[in-house]
Design a protein. Structure first.
Lengths: 464, 295
């Protein structure tokens, strides 16, 4: 019994630390310039960050704790909390997780494999370039995790056909897997539907009344960044993981034979592509009026109605805890704005950084790019945007530019396993080590930040 | 029949653990459950990782843990622990989900009782859950784990623990049976005696006192241990040494002994703050070590 209590305390130590930390802060006087509600909101934010990073309790419990604290601290009434819990961004996250299941289950990965190999041939560098490009372009529309889930089998089959001894092709394996992960993560900046975090910050932008961005406007700003990043990423990956084999002719041949067994494209696969094209057109033309989330959900309904996916499969592979967590995190983000907590933190950050430079543009860029990219590596991309979004949007300057800079920088979490779903997915193969992420990740991060910085200051002003 | 749990993490690190662990299980004619414990994806991404795994399985690319279990199964056949029934019993499609673990159903018979289990999560936590699932007598685990491993294993696992530190399967090990007046010593002697007899190991019975004088409890325990080994017809050498027990155990054991000792009877809270003799020995030993819990 005593052992069980000691064990529980050691396993839940981050819950205890987070609550103790929160209690100590609660007892301290409210900082100058901050309302009591704003202070309490910030305490909840800090507790949430610790609980998301260390996961001492399940994520749905964290989500519920956020809602409970908001009511207990008197920040909002139960009905206000409930109303702020659901938004179009949460609908989008829910829809995009379900669309991923629907798309991945269609067996389109064999088509992709054949398409890539037919274009690239058997030279390793061309295959890597093909993987990065295809992953980036596809993930910009259908989301990074969907693409990684479809491309992983293709990449790993190539690796497996190259050698049966993983030790002999460790660098080639890392190169292929990181081409998929980084390509997909990078691609998620291209359009709003590339990642839930894009929609979260777009939601903040419009809910705070600071402006709006359409699907095509986003693409106009972000897609050129992606197109510049693709060749640079290929070079960096090649430079980091110089593969043991520069030609994969036999592996490519075997892959072609394996893929050929799946036959021609089926009617079912054509319908599933058609449904996604409809969803995409909806995002482009209808999202300003009916929202990205509603269109994603409409896509899910179409997949279900056409019998392309079973509800049981959607239910099994949809993590409802994540949906609840983002519902709660966005609700907290709105409270940060309403209570003035976001403005207070933004002002403090600007005041502090003014010691280093008086240039407000540099300070805003630093926070929205460097801080976002850094925090993403620990807190994950979407959670970083949910927490930092309200703060960066309160720093002044062009809200649209800040929105884009933050969303794009949140994709630059290349250095850790926990930075993004794609990083975690390739790690689950057991074939890449956490140290590999840093080897390639720091170069990718610096390159991406440099490209984004140049775009913000040179190219985007020309777009008006 | 006793149930032994043997934890594996990869072919590279777990090979000696599997070989020596299975020999010890055979000594007791115990059921061996080989349990793979691997990293668990962060909950935030777990759904998406599971989606990717489903997609990989369609290409016959399985969870890395399944590949480790496949290796373990074939290695146990190669070492002669399992009989080769002639059929390919290992089929990843026979993996069944059971509460918080996956178990591979092995059709056919292999001469020994065996179960292959896959778990994801932090090692101690998963082993504890596994112990809640079945009634295990002994947990066998590889060495060179994390910093607090010795403490956590002895504090939180309800079973006896065998840690395969610095194991070389080609080496001929002797058995160092540490005897004192702790209540678990009696059972440790029974365990040690059985292993020594079945694996034909030379035994050293060692009793260490901090002072020149050996207490009555110590001498009685030493006498009872020697009597037990006599009944088993296991040859042994008996030593009484003076000094710090932990240092003496480790120096005597060197790298070519399997240390066997009883678990501490201190309270969990005392062990948490002050540790214990077995804990410190386990932490510092350079050879395999078996800590036996009292009944």
């Amino acid at each position: 019994m005593l052992v069980d209590i000691i064990y529980w305390a050691t396993q839940r130590k981050w819950l205890l630390i987070a609550l103790l930390f929160g209690a100590v802060l609660y007892l301290l006087p409210t900082p100058h310039g901050l309302t009591s509600n704003g202070y309490h909101t910030l305490i909840i934010v800090l507790i949430t960050i610790l609980l998301i990073i260390y996961e001492p309790i399940p994520l749905p419990a964290v989500a519920m704790l956020i809602l409970i604290f908001q009511v207990l601290f008197g920040i909002a009434t139960p009905n206000e909390v409930a109303a702020s819990f659901m938004s179009d961004a949460v609908f989008f996250i829910m829809g995009s997780l379900m669309l991923a299941v629907a798309i991945v289950s269609q067996g389109l990965d064999t088509r992709l494999a054949l398409g890539i190999i037919n274009i690239t041939g058997h030279k390793t560098w061309r295959i890597v370039a093909g993987f990065v490009t295809v992953c980036a372009v596809l993930s910009s529309f259908i989301g990074e995790h969907t693409v990684t889930a479809m491309m992983m089998p293709v990449g790993l089959t190539l690796v497996r056909h190259t050698s049966s001894d993983p030790k002999k092709i460790a660098r080639l394996t890392a190169l292929i897997l990181f081409s998929i992960a980084y390509g997909s993560a990078m691609g998620s900046i291209g359009t709003p539907s590339g990642g839930g975090r894009n929609v979260i910050i777009m939601g903040y932008l419009s809910q705070f009344g600071m402006g709006s961005l359409s699907y095509l406007q986003w693409m106009k700003y972000a897609y050129p960044v992606l197109l510049v990043e693709i060749p640079l990423a290929v070079m960096l990956l090649w430079w980091t993981f110089r593969p043991e084999k520069t030609i994969l002719d036999s592996a490519v041949r075997k892959l072609k034979v394996q893929v050929a067994k799946s036959g021609n494209i089926t009617g079912r696969q054509l319908v599933s592509i058609g449904v996604f094209v409809l969803v995409f057109l909806g995002w482009v033309f209808l999202s300003p009026t009916i929202g990205l989330g509603i269109i994603a959900l409409f896509g899910v309904v179409l997949y279900l109605a056409f019998g392309l996916v079973e509800w049981q499969d959607l239910n099994r592979n949809t993590n409802w805890g994540v949906i609840m967590l983002f519902g709660a995190a966005i609700s907290l983000g709105l409270q940060m704005k309403d209570t003035g907590a976001a403005l207070w933190v933004a002002t403090k950050v600007i005041e502090t950084l003014k010691i280093v430079t008086g240039d407000l543009d540099i300070i805003r860029s630093f926070v929205s790019i460097f801080l976002t990219a850094g925090l993403t590596n620990f807190l994950s991309s979407a959670a970083t945007v949910a927490v930092l979004g309200p703060i960066v949007l309160n720093m002044g300057g062009d809200a649209v530019i800040i929105t884009l800079a933050t969303a794009l920088a949140s994709a630059f979490g290349y250095m850790t396993v926990v930075a993004s779903p794609t990083c975690m997915i390739i790690h689950s193969s057991g074939l890449v080590k956490p140290s590999d992420y840093f080897r390639g990740g720091w170069k990718m991060t610096l390159m991406s930040i440099a490209v984004l910085f140049l775009f913000i200051h040179l190219f985007w002003p020309l777009l008006g | 029949m006793m149930n032994f749990l043997l934890a594996v993490s990869s072919e590279e690190y777990s090979s000696p653990t599997l070989r020596m662990g299975s020999q010890i299980a055979k000594s007791f004619d115990a059921t061996l459950n080989v349990v793979y414990v691997g990293p668990k994806p962060k909950e935030l991404f777990a759904g998406r990782v599971s989606l990717a795994r489903d997609s990989l399985a369609k290409w016959e690319i399985y969870h890395p843990g399944i590949e480790v279990l496949r290796w373990a199964f074939h290695d146990l056949q190669a070492s002669g622990y399992l009989e080769n029934s002639g059929e390919n019993g290992f089929d990843p499609l026979n993996m069944v989900e059971e509460k918080d673990r996956y178990r591979l159903v092995l059709p056919g018979s292999y001469g020994q009782e065996i179960d292959l289990v896959l778990r994801e999560g932090e090692i101690i936590d998963e082993l504890r859950k596994e112990c809640g699932e079945e009634d295990y007598t002994l947990s066998i685990i590889g060495g060179s784990k994390g910093r607090n491993m010795a403490h956590d294993l002895l504090q939180y696992l309800p079973t006896s623990v065998l840690v395969m530190k610095n194991v070389d399967i080609d080496k001929s090990y002797k058995l160092l049976l540490c005897v004192d007046d702790s209540s678990a010593t009696k059972r440790a002697v029974r365990f040690g005696g059985t292993i020594a007899k079945q694996m034909e190991m030379a035994v050293t019975l060692l009793t260490v006192s901090k002072h020149d004088k050996f207490g009555e409890g110590y001498t009685a325990a030493a006498k009872s241990a020697s009597r037990y080994l006599d009944t088993l017809n296991v040859p042994y050498e008996q030593n009484f040494l003076t000094g710090d027990p932990v240092t003496t155990f480790i120096e005597t054991a060197g790298e070519d002994h399997l240390i066997v000792m009883g678990a501490s009877s201190r309270s969990p809270l005392t062990k948490f703050f002050l540790g214990s003799k077995p804990m410190k020995t386990l932490e510092k030993a350079n050879c395999p070590i078996l800590i036996v819990r009292g009944e």
